[in-house]
Design a binder for this molecule. Structure first.
Ligand SMILES: [Zn+2]
Length: 413
């Protein structure tokens, strides 16, 4: 039964409550979650595990819904995001706790084992999957403990989005009504639990198709228009002018990368088609657009420099799409303040950070739900050296519990 009392928790109550958390169970659930294969779009088994554990913990199936984002995602997918929506046992603005459940493909086959102060994968060929099963486990732990200990809390939404790693689709297409239109949002995905990520860069993704002219490379190369030559000229230009890789111009910063070149079928044919896939990032939307413009120009100009004996030139089709918009939250943003106080309660010094990669928080913030991201013990993400630092995970669980209870102001007393 929820404990009935009018006030939030005192500092002392909060301390004793945090000491009662079942950290052994949290670790057990974490190990199980890490072992489930579930790369982006194939998260079905992870979602079923979470549903089962929540039911075992006393939640009703009617409190859990699936947000069918796989129907909106360009990649499809086998399952939607899991949402557990709870009314408050005391009033207050609704809080959202979230953590994506998908992993990068390198994690498939992970065999998590505890080794000293870390969890690693016993299989050296796989990553661990702490990114982001650690976050998923933090949320599960908080939801289960709220019920087991009968704790009073404000209106809460637990949100386990799918498809973060492949384009932030779980957050981008999330049904905000289903999430109960939260006012404060906290996202667990990262390493140090005391690092509060309050902003992240924005990015465009480009597809550049170069259509040249095929011709026999020995008999009549002059009748062809080489798509390879066009791409080479364009990329060389971008590189020479400082628009490729790390970009610094007049105090502005950005990055760009030509990631994929696909074209050609034989050495004796002038290459008639080449697909270039590239990306651009910058915290500054204007500068990001400027870099994009340099890419567009470089490829169109290069197309003018290569022609066949008959004067034929290549055609360039340039597609750019916004992957995610950059954002920076103010220090006075309620979610930032709450997270700051929760970290302080545990005797640690919070640090504010801005990320150079996209987060689910980019899309939620862009859609009107300011979201701060916190770490949950991940290290060396997306590599076979990935591991989870147990002390960081334990701390993340406590911070998440304080935030779920809305007890951070008591903590700051
Ligand atoms: Zn992640």
């Amino acid at each position: 039964m929820p404990r009935v009392s009018s006030a939030a928790y005192s500092r002392k109550e909060l301390r004793s409550l945090l000491a009662q958390l079942d950290s052994k169970q949290a670790l057990e659930d974490l190990l199980q979650l890490l072992a489930i294969p579930g790369p982006s779009t194939q998260e079905g088994e992870v979602i079923r595990f979470l549903q089962t554990r929540l039911r075992e913990g006393g939640y009703r199936p009617s409190q859990m819904t699936l947000d069918p984002v796989q129907e909106k995602s360009p990649l499809g997918g086998e399952v939607g995001s899991l949402v557990l929506c709870l009314p408050g046992t005391r009033p207050g603005p609704r809080r959202l706790l979230m953590a994506h459940v998908d992993t990068v493909p390198l994690c498939v086959g992970s065999r998590p084992v505890v080794r000293g102060r870390w969890i690693r994968s016993a299989d050296p060929q796989t990553a661990l999957g702490a990114d982001n099963r650690a976050g998923a486990a933090v949320l599960l732990h908080v939801a289960l403990e709220l019920r087991r200990l009968g704790l009073e809390h404000p209106p809460l939404t637990f949100f386990w989005p799918v498809q973060e790693e492949v384009g932030l689709f779980g957050a981008r297409f999330a049904d905000l009504k289903r999430l109960g239109r939260p006012r404060l949002a906290f996202n667990w995905d990262g390493g140090d639990p005391c690092k509060l990520t309050i902003g992240a860069t924005g990015a465009y993704r480009m597809e550049i198709h170069i259509h040249g002219q095929a011709s026999h490379a020995g008999a009549a190369p002059e009748q062809g228009v080489s798509a390879a030559a066009v791409a080479a000229l364009a990329i060389a230009q971008l590189q020479q002018d400082g628009w490729h890789g790390r970009i610094e111009k007049h105090g502005q910063l950005g990055t760009s990368n030509i990631g994929v070149l696909q074209g050609g079928s034989a050495t004796n044919v002038v290459m008639d088609h080449l697909l270039v896939r590239a990306e651009v990032r910058s915290h500054d939307p204007k500068f990001r657009k400027q870099i994009l413009q340099q890419f567009r120009q470089a490829f169109h100009q290069a197309a003018q420099q290569v022609q066949s004996a008959r004067g034929k030139r290549a055609r360039v089709r340039f597609h750019a799409q916004l992957d995610y918009e950059s954002f920076v939250l103010g220090r006075s943003e309620p979610c930032v303040q709450a997270a700051w106080q929760a970290v302080r309660h545990l005797g640690s010094q919070p640090q504010l950070a801005v990320a150079n990669g996209g987060l689910d928080a980019n899309w939620l913030t862009a859609r009107g739900v300011p979201t701060v991201s916190l770490g949950c013990g991940q290290e060396n993400q997306h590599t076979t050296a990935e591991r989870l630092r147990l002390s960081w995970f334990a701390k993340a669980c406590k911070i998440a519990m304080i935030l779920a209870l809305g007890a951070e102001s008591a903590a700051a007393e």
